[in-house]
Write a protein that binds this ligand. Sequence first.
Ligand SMILES: O=C(O)c1cc(=O)[nH]c(=O)n1[C@@H]1O[C@H](COP(=O)(O)O)[C@@H](O)[C@H]1O
Length: 283
Amino acid sequence: MPSAHDAGRLPFGARLAAAMQARGPLCVGIDPHPGLLAAWGLGDSVQALRTFSLTVLEAVAPVATAVKPQVALYERHGSAGFAVLEELLAAAAQAGVMTIADAKRGDIGSTMAGYADAWLRDGSALAADSVTLSPYLGFESLRPALDLAAASGRGVFVLALTSNPEGASVQHAGGTESVALRMAQAAAVENQHWAERALGSVGLVVGATVGTALVDLGIDLAAVHGPILAPGLGAQGATARDLRDTFGAAYPAVLATSSRGILTAGPEVAALRRAAEDTVQGL
Ligand SMILES: O=C(O)c1cc(=O)[nH]c(=O)n1[C@@H]1O[C@H](COP(=O)(O)O)[C@@H](O)[C@H]1O
């Protein structure tokens, strides 16, 4: 198994905390929706996907701590789309921008090992700094990804309270022992491994749109000691103020992510960069 030490890489949480310290808490989602490609004057083609992806990276690299390509929107172009994603991940690494592959993977452990290999193994063409994971098969089913991430200096973001209104029907289930609370508790246990670091490497996804859910469910995110990926800013209606109100004492660990809210400023690099700068300044 590769080790973070062999790769000469600090743990993901430590690298992310340093990057957030230097650049602020913005993650730009790279979501090449067909409608956005059209709005940019590009067709719905692999060449358009490549132009869009590399333009967004060029524009936001000086401003954003991380980029989060939405894997579904590469996958819909088949193997050629994955080739563009590979190129984007390599270009982001070259540019010193951290990457979150938004793949939302989750399966039984033996299959999970395959997903872990794809997104978290040194030498894999799709390896990113971190990947989003869905824990619907149980947090422990994610073990192969948790272990490989830890060994390779990479990270994971486990869905806890998602930004969409439908999420509550599953994630709030269980009352005082809610599913979301269990995910937070399980992540906190994993992050004990990095207690001496600024942040652990097992993050949670908690939408910026969840309102009072953290308080209602008794979830103390500050105790998780991991990064919080917070989508929902911009297109889904959440504001910078909502982020502060929602996350309270855990706000320093929040990586605020916006996709369409910034991407619609394209296709000019300068306009995209300005949109990203304005977003960071508001956070
Ligand atoms: O894991 C995610 O990033 C995610 C989790 C969540 O709870 N809600 C959510 O919107 N996302 C993703 O974040 C992005 C949001 O895009 P915008 O609404 O355009 O900012 C999409 O790629 C979603 O798939």
